[in-house]
Design a protein around this ligand. Structure first.
Ligand code: C2E
Ligand code: CA
Ligand code: CA
Ligand code: CA
Length: 278
């Protein structure tokens, strides 16, 4: 950028330039982090109505030297745009399966399921089914305890191809959850055709159910809809006992949120699990 004279920056508002360069920097840092494997997965417990822990969701964490934690809300969209999500997604799948396999060998944690977020671009890869199969075989993770969290953005794609691929994965034993339900491109027509095990109520709806009648109505409707389609329904972003109680009153049977635990590194999660009442 030595040659970049003042004329170059005249096209930008100072703030725009800052955004562009910090985006470029983030992209470069992301690439390097991938090579150095500077990422970690944290795991957030998912609980049943009676308080037993049924599984976890794997959430990626990135600690950038001299910057602290970078939020996945910031770098996942960028990784999706630049294609870096493909190698990153592979690493996520492998790491989550390795952890799942370790728990499967451990008596008290044998039953835990592992939910893994899958970006649309990742799912669309020609060899995605093969990637999942390899991750399972190479780690020895039980397929029926792996749950892939898909988002509605995937439904903008060729729906028949999406369904066919889901069926292939389902044949391996893998389950599916529809994440952020209701926030994206919503069509009830595809909902009954997808081989789903679970609907996930987005935290954006859960947050305000105590004050906002519309959000309360949406949450209630998603619970009823999910159950009438024979699906499990889980609420994310459950932060208070009042939230949990209201959701329970509406028939919701699975919960995830800060009320129970933040996402934790594997070791801390194991300590947390050990401290739970039997
Ligand atoms: P998401 O899949 O909807 O994940 C839920 C987010 O809510 C997580 O944020 C989680 O830490 C946060 N959360 C959990 N409980 C609570 C709560 O009680 N209150 C509040 N306010 N938040 C709660 P996180 O980890 O920052 O992830 C943000 C998003 O980044 C995820 O949203 C997901 O879309 C994406 N993401 C995270 N990890 C991965 C990954 O491994 N792969 C892919 N493709 N995307 C990921
Ligand atoms: Ca998720
Ligand atoms: Ca969400
Ligand atoms: Ca999401």
């Amino acid at each position: 950028a030595k040659e970049a004279g003042p004329s170059t920056i005249l096209f930008f508002e100072p703030q725009m330039l800052e955004e562009v360069s910090s985006r470029a920097r983030l992209q470069r840092d992301l690439r390097e982090a991938l090579q150095r494997q500077d990422f970690a997965l944290h795991y957030q417990p998912q609980l049943a109505l009676d308080g037993t822990v049924v599984g976890v969701e794997a959430l990626i964490r990135w600690r950038l030297e001299g910057h602290g934690m970078v939020s996945p809300m910031e770098f996942i969209p960028l990784a999706e745009k630049t294609g870096l999500i493909l190698p990153l997604g592979r690493w996520i799948l492998h790491t989550a399966c390795r952890q799942l396999a370790a728990w499967a060998r451990h008596g008290a944690r044998r039953h835990l399921t592992m939910a893994v977020n899958v970006s649309a671009g990742q799912f669309q890869q020609e060899d995605f089914v093969q990637q999942v199969r390899e991750a399972l075989v190479e780690t020895g993770a039980p397929a029926h305890r792996l749950k892939l969290e898909l988002t509605e953005s995937l439904m903008l794609q060729q729906i028949e191809a999406v369904i066919a691929r889901m069926r292939e994965l389902q044949a391996l034993g893998v389950q599916f959850s529809l994440d952020d339900f209701g926030t994206g491109f919503s069509s009830l027509a595809y909902l009954k055709r997808l081989p789903l095990a679970q609907l996930k109520i987005d935290q954006g709806f859960v947050r305000d159910i105590l004050e906002d009648h519309n959000d309360a109505a949406i949450a209630q409707t998603v619970i009823a809809l999910g159950h009438s389609l024979g699906l499990e329904v889980i609420a994310e972003g459950v932060e208070t006992e009042q939230h949990r109680a209201l959701l329970a009153q509406w028939g919701c049977r699975f919960y995830q949120g800060y009320l129970f635990s933040r996402p934790l590194p594997a070791e801390a999660l194991q300590d947390w699990l050990d401290a739970q009442p039997p």
